[in-house]
Design a protein around this ligand. Structure first.
Ligand code: 13P
Ligand code: SF4
Length: 311
């Protein structure tokens, strides 16, 4: 990139030239959220990707999100600024092991969190996101046996809330796993009365302190409506950018990790995407998501089921 390049200007020029739409997740760096055409949670981003009439989708998020966009919009070019932007939940669930797990439980259906590979989606019956999981689970008969993967904390939360006994795959999100209950309690003591909003990927000892539990968009809505002036936010701290923009007069505190600050809860995969890499992927139309057609169709079944049941 030549020295002195105005990246924002170049990104704006290229997005017109390419007829590209830029989608960003709430965990992206503020500058990427600010330039995106749409910022949202996993479900909203999937819907946008399915609906757009752009020729190119530049996905500022992680790989499973960009793959979801490609599964739903195969005729579009989907680029991800950094192909290394993975997810610890996806890594925890290799398709061969997941297939073997399914085979051991032939009378169970697989309800699967969207944070997984395309191969695992293809092995699943219904996909859920954190914002659609409750609606979808409540439509599944109580006597239906279910395996839920790969996030055992989201699965455990749903089991407790709906009194179900889904069999859980043992994956975790390294980001939400890093919150410290001890440090959270100190922060709560220092801010008496401040509610806590938590993502269901948090372990139960964090969820137990939460006044609100929901997806990133759910947490953002809670931040816009809670009656107090300070909110403790137990999810990836980049979402606080949207809260500060929407309600600048209120205070939003990221829940801490063991070192007492919230920087250790930055998602290292999401953080790989930068302005430079977004510019380069719009310029070169690389790195590009490609999915073998039969695999795509197999994965699309469980995703379509989610879109149908979440509606
Ligand atoms: P949502 O935005 O769907 O709540 O998901 C959070 C997340 O961890 C995405 O990786
Ligand atoms: Fe995966 Fe956790 Fe990062 Fe979300 S925050 S992309 S679940 S590692």
């Amino acid at each position: 990139i030549p020295a002195g390049t105005d990246l924002l200007e170049e990104i704006n020029r290229l997005r017109k030239e390419r007829n590209a739409v830029i989608l960003a997740h709430y965990y992206q760096r503020p500058e990427l959220q600010d330039l995106a055409d749409f910022v949202g949670d996993s479900l909203e981003l999937s819907k946008k990707a399915a609906e757009t009439d752009a020729d190119v989708i530049a996905f500022c998020g992680v790989k499973f999100m960009a793959e979801t966009a490609k599964i739903l919009s195969p005729e579009k070019i989907v680029v991800l600024p950094d192909m290394e932007a993975g997810c610890s939940l996806e890594d925890s669930c290799p398709p061969e092991k997941f297939a073997a797990f399914r085979e051991r439980h032939p009378d169970h259906i697989a309800l699967t969190y969207i944070n997984c590979s395309t191969e695992v989606k293809a092995l699943s019956d219904v996909i859920v996101t954190s914002s659609s999981a409750e609606t979808i689970l409540s439509q599944i008969p109580r006597d239906q046996k279910i395996i839920f993967g790969p996030d055992r904390h989201l699965g455990g939360y749903l089991n407790r809330k709906f009194d179900r006994d889904m069999l859980l795959w043992p994956g975790v999100c390294i980001v939400h796993e890093a919150f410290s209950e001890r440090e959270l309690m100190k922060l709560m003591q220092a801010n008496p009365g401040a509610p806590v909003a938590a993502h269901p990927e948090c372990p139960p000892n964090i969820i137990d302190h939460a006044d609100y539990v929901g997806s990133t968009s759910g947490i953002l809505n809670f931040a816009k409506t809670f009656p107090g002036d300070t909110l403790i936010v137990a999810t990836e701290p980049h979402i606080i950018h949207q809260m500060e923009k929407a309600i600048p007069e209120k205070t939003f505190l990221g829940a801490p990790g063991a070192d007492g600050n919230c920087n250790c809860n930055i998602c290292p995969y999401m953080a790989l995407n930068t302005m430079e890499k977004l510019y380069l992927c719009l310029r070169d139309l690389e790195p590009r998501i490609e999915i073998e057609e039969q695999l795509r169709l197999d994965a699309k079944r469980s995703l379509d089921k989610m879109l149908e049941m979440a509606a």
